[in-house]
Design a protein around this ligand. Structure first.
Ligand code: HEC
Ligand code: HEC
Ligand code: HEC
Ligand code: HEC
Ligand code: HEC
Length: 179
């Protein structure tokens, strides 16, 4: 797991601003080592092994970090006495801070209705925008078999379109959750 040391004060986002996540560049983490090194806009902190940034740099990768995680507000979601218990089950956990999606849509996508927000979003951080667990259409194919999807004539000729060009991942007016 990535331990993030950092200068989170550099966050320039406000909850209402469009740009909402911190975009960090971190240095490659040695696989055998659970500690890590993080370069935040050029500021590098060595880990306990005393290795410096240059020794550990492998490749640059950008990571999106969920605001409350970056701020180390662990207790917003986790019971402080035991990290395994959440302050509330999902989706209520997410609705502490985010708009209740059932207010936005007449019809909710299956996993949203079931409250499985973290089946698509990593609650801590991700290499993908919007904290998504998988990039692009891969997210959809995690649950919808590719063969099923492409056997539907509606999907025969998508011609470079992505799933979310037509479908809203959260909900819509009817069960086909169109955008
Ligand atoms: C926005 C809510 C939220 C915040 C803030 C948050 N967590 Fe989590 N955390 C979760 C959820 C939800 C899971 C379960 C993830 C899953 O099911 O994959 C989890 C899982 C974990 C786990 C289990 C292993 C893992 O990574 O899945 C650990 C350890 C953990 N969190 C530590 C922390 C620490 C430490 C902080 C503060 C720096 C923190 N969390 C902040 C929501 C949160
Ligand atoms: C303690 C408050 C808090 C909780 C709880 C919380 N979030 Fe967030 N979340 C934020 C803030 C603040 C931001 C950044 C500002 C924004 O876009 O609203 C954010 C951003 C996000 C983003 C990215 C938004 C974007 O436009 O890039 C996603 C996705 C997200 N949260 C999902 C979740 C999920 C899923 C849960 C439940 C597991 C959750 N959040 C729980 C406060 C919270
Ligand atoms: C099927 C996968 C999936 C599930 C389940 C899901 N989301 Fe999302 N979510 C997405 C995708 C994809 C985006 C990016 C949408 C975009 O970029 O237009 C997103 C974007 C977001 C954002 C950023 C603001 C926005 O609308 O673009 C927030 C906040 C968010 N989701 C919260 C939640 C919460 C809370 C839940 C659970 C109630 C949830 N999501 C469940 C796929 C999912
Ligand atoms: C975590 C699992 C999961 C993920 C990821 C997921 N879905 Fe779904 N999806 C479901 C479930 C469960 C249903 C409800 C199926 C039902 O009611 O028969 C559903 C239903 C749908 C439906 C309506 C189908 C119908 O006949 O009711 C569409 C369209 C859809 N998903 C598109 C998407 C798209 C596009 C993505 C990627 C952005 C996606 N799904 C990602 C689980 C998922
Ligand atoms: C050009 C728009 C468009 C795109 C892009 C698109 N769909 Fe659809 N999808 C539709 C339409 C229209 C329907 C409704 C079919 C019907 O009425 O039976 C549908 C239905 C579905 C259904 C329910 C019926 C079924 O086949 O099980 C699922 C699930 C689904 N889409 C998933 C996806 C996924 C995953 C992707 C990305 C690979 C995707 N769609 C891309 C237009 C689109």
């Amino acid at each position: 797991m990535l331990l993030v040391f950092g200068m989170f004060l550099l966050c320039s986002c406000s909850p209402r601003a469009g740009r909402s996540l911190l975009n960090f560049f971190f240095d490659g983490v040695p696989e055998s080592d659970s500690t890590s090194l993080v370069a935040v806009q050029g500021i590098v902190q060595a880990d306990s092994t005393g290795q410096t940034g240059e020794e550990l740099v492998q490749e640059e990768q950008s990571v999106w970090i969920h605001y409350p995680y970056a701020e180390r507000e662990c207790a917003a979601c986790h019971d402080e006495q035991s990290l395994g218990s959440m302050t509330e089950p999902e989706p209520g956990l997410c609705y502490i801070c985010h708009v209740d999606l059932s207010e936005d849509y007449a019809y909710l996508h299956g996993p949203v209705a079931g409250g499985y927000c973290s089946s698509c979003h990593n609650p801590h951080s991700s290499e993908n925008e919007k904290l998504l667990r998988f990039p692009g259409d891969q997210l959809c194919f995690y649950c919808h078999a590719e063969s099923d999807v492409y056997s539907n004539e509606m999907h025969e000729d998508l011609d470079g379109m992505v799933c979310t060009d037509c479908h809203n991942p959260h909900g819509g007016e009817d069960k086909y959750i169109f955008q």
